[in-house]
Design a protein around this ligand. Sequence first.
Ligand code: NAP
Length: 326
Amino acid sequence: MPQYKALVTRTLLPEALDIIREAADVTVWPEEAPPSAEELRRLAADADGILTTIMDRVDATLLDAAPNLRVISQLAVGLDNVDVGEATRRGIPVGYTPGVLAKSTADLAFALLLGAARRTSESERWVRGGGWEIQFHPMHWLGQDVHEACLGIVGLGQIGREIARRARGFDMDIIYHSRTRYPDAEAEYGVRYVEFEELLAQADFVILSVPLTPQTHHLISAPQLAMMKPSGILINVSRGPVVDPAALYEALRDGQIARATLDVTAPEPIDPNDPLLTLDNLVITPHIGSAALPTRLNTMKLAARNLVAGLQGERMEACANTDAMG
Ligand code: NAP
């Protein structure tokens, strides 16, 4: 008989749940929408381990309500919804899922870059709206070239590097700014380090791939948007609050930058009445960076293995607070 109780806050693919069931009695939150904070506290009351998603707030209040908790396993790379410091103080290891989703997220970032450059969503809406009345007009739908354009990557971590790898295939001039400078990666990925302001001023495309932290909150606001080229395109695949939405609205409305594509918004989901949704030069996808089936399965399996390792007091494959691991 499994000796542990595990709470899984969202339905997972069966292959991942099976991994947890080998070691624990599993309660799976069955609804589409996440449990409320109160519901989560109630469900976690007797849990030894909990597998969370980015929508579950894991803070001191939840941890107080879950006295048996010996592991938190987050189904994501970003941990901005988890108070990792508080978990560490309580000796609870926090698992996460680096390594398995960077390529898919970089694929999506590149899809968004190409789509924004060549205006695919915007022109497709126009076709569906009955706008295509002249077969071909040499002045219609002029976008930007991707090949040989300058790409600025903000945050040269796992996703940023995979984006760079893709950009090289398009002969892009790749510059980056990141908290740490990585000379080895500069050679390997063909990227050049520049200061943040220089990146904003030089890049034709600015991609954000930083974590959400107090330092990156509203990293892109009015002054930074003003530094970008009028033809510049902003792509955010990190977390919504890294961009100030009011400033972005004004910059796009006033043509201060050409276009933007957001895979993440603040808040999520975006309010259907948000003024950003009135703009033709903005495309929003619903946080689908890593939503490719094989990648999602691998991510779920990694989160499941992290959970089981934590339950059994073993080392996790990916732990955000190794000092809390036994
Ligand atoms: P990562 O490997 O940790 O890379 C993040 C990079 O950002 C690191 O190089 C880090 O610097 C840098 N950084 C941190 N703070 C910075 C700052 N203030 N200024 C400049 N650079 C800074 O993470 P990742 O796997 O690439 O993922 C990045 C983020 O993308 C995640 O945290 C998550 O929020 C988001 N994400 C979104 C999706 C989606 O579906 N859209 C999917 C996956 C992840 P150091 O090297 O010094 O640490």
